[in-house]
Structure formats: structure tokens, C-alpha cells
Ligand binder design. Structure first.
Ligand code: F6R
Length: 245
């Protein structure tokens, strides 16, 4: 793992955008794995800026999102479909047929999950996967205890995740209890991974994920074994690391 510590969120986002830019410039039909949540917003803004300045062409990229809440229609303001449209896709020249996001309204979750894995395989696997991390160390919605060999599946959200994500909903009871998520193995098979974390509330999970034992209790800890993972932190998220990077 390569660990980069930036002063603040702005610099973290800039650095992350440079890495994504380079990957797209090297391979115009890059298969890009995407995350939602607060963390990648700055990265998406930088990429949109680059597009507007004619520096980046997204017309050939293929995207796969990590996850989607079960039961939320795509047009629900808290669905990840809606988030991606608002925060990224509507502002770049991506071809809509190249966008893949788990369908939270599928009638057959098992078949959907199997097909999602197949779709990833059909385009040769994910080249670059963007990740955030939960305060419980999750990646995607792979909560503590999710096996490392898991693939796209229906996940039950941990109580701490429901609480963390309630900031986006009117009340905690409104947060869906289940989500469809890529599995740990699905994520681990990405050729390159970019994990981003910002703020004090990520400091403990980052210390455990990067310096603690590799355990399915902190699913992000498997990234210690990944051959090409870059972690970009701001100083607050890095504040509980023991080693100096
Ligand atoms: C989002 C996802 C989650 C988030 C994580 C951090 O698609 O898969 O793992 O990356 O919960 O969320 P934020 O960035 O909101 O702190």
C-alpha cells in the first residue's frame, strides 16, 4: 500500500483527481469503480472541472458503482443513482449505457448480483476502484464479519452505519436497513484501488485498517494485501496512525 497524507480535504481531492485523470488518459475506456458518500464529492468536483476545461474525456469510460440501498427507487433523493447523477454523471460526457449501479428495486436480488459480477467480468474487470471507508472499517457495505471471499450480495447495514448515514435522511428510521453491495472479493480484484478518508471520525478505522491485523471485522484491512492500493488521507484521518508515512 502506498499512503499519501495531504494537509486537508481540498488537497486530498486534488491528488485523487490527478490519479484518476492519469488513469483515464492512459486508457480511454477505463473501467472505473465508483463510491458515493461525502468523501468522493471533492474528487468528483475536480474531475468535472477538468472535463469543463477540456482536459478529460469521459465518453468511453465504463463505471460500476459499489452499492445501492435496497428498496429506494432511482429517483429518490437519497438513492445512490440520484447521488451519482447529481454529483457526477450529469456534469460529464459519460455515455449512459456505460453506467452500472446496483438496482435497489430488483425483484430478484440473487440473479441481479450474479449478473452484476458477470457484467464486471465481461468488460475485463475493474481497472481503478475508488473507495471510502466507514467508521466501522467497511468498504462498500461490507460490514464487520463479511467474508473476504464475498461477491456482490445483499448486505444488512450495521447499526453504526445506519447512524452515520442518517445525516442524509430526515430521521434515522428512514435509512434503509439493507443494500446491494459489491463483495470484498469483487473489490479486491480491482487492478488498482484508491482509498480516500478525510476527517477525525475516520482516524480510528483508518489506523485499524492500515496498521491493525487483517481481519474481516475491519473489511478494509484486506487492502494491506492488495498489490496496487493507494490510500490518500488528510491529516485528521491520519492522526491515529503510529508509523510515519
Ligand atoms: C459508498 C460506500 C461506503 C462509503 C463509506 C464512507 O458508496 O460504499 O463504503 O464510502 O460509508 O462514507 P462517507 O464518505 O460518507 O464517510
Amino acid at each position: 500500500m502506498k499512503i499519501i497524507i495531504e494537509k486537508n480535504y481540498e488537497d486530498l481531492s486534488k491528488q485523487a483527481a490527478e490519479i484518476v485523470k492519469q488513469a483515464i488518459q492512459e486508457k480511454l475506456n477505463l473501467v472505473l469503480g465508483l463510491a458515493t458518500g461525502s468523501t468522493p464529492i471533492g474528487l468528483y468536483q475536480k474531475l468535472i472541472q477538468m472535463h469543463k476545461q477540456n482536459v478529460l474525456d469521459f465518453s468511453k469510460i465504463i463505471t460500476f458503482n459499489l452499492d445501492e440501498y435496497l428498496g429506494l427507487p432511482a429517483n429518490h433523493s437519497q438513492s445512490y443513482h440520484y447521488y451519482m447523477k447529481e454529483n457526477f454523471f450529469d456534469n460529464i460526457n459519460i455515455d449512459s449505457k456505460n453506467i452500472h449501479i446496483p438496482n435497489g428495486e430488483t425483484k430478484d436480488v440473487k440473479v441481479f448480483c450474479r449478473d452484476y459480477e458477470q457484467d464486471i467480468q465481461n468488460v475485463g474487470g475493474i481497472d481503478l476502484q475508488i473507495l471510502g471507508i466507514g467508521s466501522d472499517g467497511h468498504i462498500g457495505f461490507n460490514e464487520p464479519g463479511t467474508p473476504f471471499n464475498s461477491r456482490t450480495h445483499l448486505a444488512k447495514l450495521a447499526q453504526s452505519t445506519i447512524k452515520d448515514n442518517s445525516r442524509f435522511f430526515e430521521k434515522e428510521e428512514d435509512v434503509p436497513k439493507f443494500a446491494i453491495t459489491m463483495g470484498v472479493q469483487t473489490i479486491f480484484e480491482a487492478k488498482k484501488i484508491l482509498l480516500l478518508a478525510s476527517g477525525e471520525n475516520k482516524a480510528i478505522s483508518i489506523a485499524k485498517a492500515l496498521e491493525g491485523p487483517i481481519t474481516s471485522q475491519i473489511t478494509a484491512s484486506i487492502l494491506q494485501k492488495h498489490q496496487d492500493t493507494i490510500v490518500i488521507l488528510d491529516e485528521k484521518a491520519a492522526s491515529k496512525l503510529k508509523r510515519k508515512y
